[in-house]
Ligand binder design. Structure first.
Ligand SMILES: C[S@@+](CC[C@H](N)C(=O)[O-])C[C@H]1O[C@@H](n2cnc3c(N)ncnc32)[C@H](O)[C@@H]1O
Ligand SMILES: Nc1nc2[nH]cc(C(=O)O)c2c(=O)[nH]1
Ligand code: SF4
Ligand SMILES: [Mg+2]
Length: 257
């Protein structure tokens, strides 16, 4: 259901049991260990960070959404075919109701949560898809999306982007996990190596190098054309896993893909 332009509902949730949903659609999982698997995506709106490169601008820099009850979301998911559901955003874990949604879906679906790793959850999750944000993601007046002034977000994003306790909790919480880094170039590698080492130091769970995924930065086919081979080469050199952005290769930057 295209809900991304349904802005007629009030921009608040008086009842406290609804989620701001930017889009809800069936596609193929484009990223990570489950790339290629038919999946239903529930994209919540709103984020606690502001990556300059965010490919979901309308959930972060300029959020739009319809307010949906957990019950309505479960019903819409049920009308679509996939047995896998991906709850993403924006940052889905900023909403308490996301936990209720995950609990409602857990018996019937394989659940992936796409998260920036700054928040924890108690809800059932099969794959915690954690994408910690590197220094290269921080917005500045020079790199911020066109027409956008990052203002306080330069400092806020930089201060909040890494939370070791949350990363450790998420790594341990789900049946499986992946640490999926958006890579802008070789300069990101020392920070990735240091962070993986730090997370290994604080979590009881073993983190294999193949749980660490390098994903090229790029919102469009043209952008990926210029970044994917260099990032694949870095994955091979450092012994980490490479993940494509299949949906961008297949459908470019079309909404609901
Ligand atoms: C829009 S985010 C939503 C979930 C959560 N806020 C997060 O960042 O993980 C979904 C995924 O897209 C990735 N992503 C966002 N913009 C990207 C870009 N320009 N290039 C590559 N990956 C990007 C994020 O790192 C994350 O793995
Ligand atoms: N096809 C497809 N796969 C995805 N995997 C993670 C996505 C996300 O935005 O979280 C995403 C997305 O937006 N589309
Ligand atoms: S954390 Fe995720 S949703 Fe938020 S700005 Fe970064 S990529 Fe976008
Ligand atoms: Mg996406």
């Amino acid at each position: 259901m295209p809900v991304s332009d349904s802005v007629s509902r009030p921009d608040s949730d008086a009842d406290g049991d609804r989620l701001p949903v930017n889009e809800l659609f069936a596609s193929l999982q484009g990223e990570g260990k489950l790339a290629g698997v038919p999946s239903t995506f529930v994209r919540t709106s709103g984020c606690n960070l502001r990556c300059w490169f965010c490919d979901s601008y309308h959930t972060s820099w300029e959020p739009t959404h319809a307010w949906m009850t957990v019950e309505d979301i479960v019903a819409e998911v049920g009308e679509l075919a996939p047995s896998h559901v991906v709850v993403t955003g924006g940052e889905p874990l900023i909403h308490e109701e996301t936990n209720a949604l995950l609990s409602e879906l857990a018996d019937d679906y394989h659940l992936t949560v796409e998260t920036n790793g700054t928040l924890e959850t108690d809800a059932p999750v099969d794959l915690a898809s954690i994408s910690p944000k590197l220094a290269s993601s921080t917005p500045t007046p020079e790199n911020a999306p066109e027409g956008t002034d990052p203002g306080v977000w330069t400092d806020k994003h930089e201060a909040d982007r890494i939370d070791l306790e949350s990363l450790s909790s998420l790594v341990e919480h789900a049946d499986d996990f992946q640490l999926k880094f958006v890579v802008t170039g070789r300069d990101d590698m020392p920070e990735i190596e240091a962070l993986v080492s730090e997370v290994r130091g604080v979590t009881a769970r073993e983190i294999h190098d193949t749980d660490v995924l390098l994903m090229p930065e790029g919102q469009t086919r043209d952008a990926l054309e210029g970044s994917r081979t260099a990032v694949a080469d870095l994955a091979a050199e450092f012994g980490y896993r490479y993940t494509p952005r299949l949906h961008v290769d297949l459908w470019n930057d079309a909404p609901e893909t």
